[in-house]
Design a protein around this ligand. Structure first.
Ligand code: ADP
Length: 380
């Protein structure tokens, strides 16, 4: 840090301010006290001197030339002056001492925050400051610690995210690389089936990249939303229709349950359809043949709640709180083989929360799961 000119330092300025206030106070009191006392006293002495002269000198003063009472009064004035000087100087010294103490109390926490901020800027995000008391300086310390903790958490998330992305890209890339090299060496035939499997891997990669793009745009608040009054019941039916072939292939029955007077919601229909698609695609993946998927819509008063309920594998209780995290998969290897990157629910959460809603999940292992989201009602 560059060295500060001495007069720019807060400690020096505060001490000088204390000192000036004290000096001014003392000088003012001294001048006023001395002026009024001395002028009144001088008049009084002159009167007494005149009286003493008239009476032919005082009891003893006649011999010394100065009347004794007047002398005593002069001595008193001198002593008053000395006392005032002493009081003034002591006041100034006390102001200097107290000023230094107070200033240190104010400046020390500021110095601590300044040093810690410098360390954070140099990349040491573990820096924290001691929070004392409950005043403005304590609030400054708390805000600093909160900021440092947020920076540290974000850095950790970023690092994890990069590691996860690298991990996710590595698997399909190494499969592609292996297959292509085998074909080049003539070990693997470039048959339509083998090419189709390579193509499948490129599709997985493309989906992963697209999911990552959606998440990063949502993080930066750059994902465009065009909200409008939306009838969630017909939107759900429309999205579910798109799954009919896959549902039929697994003999899964599906239904939409909703009251007749369901209010409209104020959301972007395309983004909401994407939320429904992600939840239905998961339900489809994790529900065995001849299973059942129900989409239930209810007016919760606060908004419209949508639950995608399946009677599939369910999720262990210890995994449930983390399923909306990025790249989190209950069964990593199985989920990957079915094309899951662990980003689907993270995207659901982002898209719902960006539209003023919230998401939650309930599940019983071996019995099924219910993934729900709530969206705000349209005004009026
Ligand atoms: P993925 O792309 O792997 O499906 P998601 O973020 O959509 O990632 O889901 C995260 C994990 O949550 C899945 O890997 C799976 O383990 C679990 N999961 C999600 N939906 C269901 C469901 N309906 N039934 C059982 N498990 C589910």
């Amino acid at each position: 840090m560059p060295r500060m000119p001495i007069l720019s330092r807060l400690s020096v300025r505060l001490t000088i301010a204390f000192l000036l206030a004290a000096v001014l106070g003392v000088v003012l009191v001294a001048v006023l006290a001395y002026r009024s006392t001395s002028s009144e006293f001088s008049n009084f002495i002159s009167d007494v001197e005149a009286m003493e002269q008239m009476m032919g000198g005082g009891m003893m003063g006649g011999m010394m030339g100065i009347p004794p009472f007047a002398q005593a009064a002069r001595d008193f004035l001198d002593s008053l002056e000395r006392t005032l000087w002493l009081a003034g100087l002591s006041g100034v010294a006390l102001a200097l001492f107290l000023g230094y103490l107070f200033t240190r109390q104010i400046v020390a926490p500021l110095d601590e925050v300044t040093n810690a901020a410098g360390q954070v800027a140099r990349g040491d995000l573990k820096q924290r400051v001691t929070v004392r008391g409950s005043g403005e300086l304590a609030r400054l310390g708390e805000s600093f610690n909160w900021m440092a903790a947020t920076l540290s958490r974000d850095q950790q998330l970023r690092q994890n995210m990069v590691a996860d992305i690298a991990h996710e890209l590595r698997t399909p890339l190494s499969i592609l690389q292996g297959n292509i090299e085998a074909m080049q060496d003539g070990v693997l035939e470039a048959s339509p089936e083998n090419l189709a499997s390579i193509h499948q891997e490129t599709l997985l990669l493309a989906r992963l990249v697209e999911d990552l793009r959606t998440l990063s745009l949502a993080d930066g608040g750059q994902l465009g939303f065009q909200p409008q009054d939306t009838d969630l019941k017909s939107l759900t039916r429309q999205v579910l229709d798109g799954f009919q072939t896959q549902l039929a292939a697994k003999n899964i029955t599906s239904s939409v349950e909703a009251p007749d007077n369901l209010p409209e919601v104020w959301v972007d229909p395309d983004r909401t359809a994407q939320v429904l698609r992600n939840l239905l695609s998961n339900a489809l993946h994790f529900t065995p043949e001849r299973g059942k998927i129900t989409v239930k819509l209810t007016d919760s008063g606060e908004g419209v709640a949508v639950s995608v309920i399946d009677n599939g594998t369910g999720i262990p209780a210890e995994d449930l709180p983390r399923v909306f995290d990025r790249f989190y998969r209950v069964d990593r290897s199985r989920s990957r083989s079915t094309g899951g990157s662990g980003l689907g629910l993270a995207i659901v959460k982002q898209l719902v929360e960006a539209q003023g809603g919230r998401v939650w999940a309930e599940s019983a292992e071996g019995k099924g799961s219910a993934f729900s989201f709530l969206l705000p009602k349209a005004a009026g």
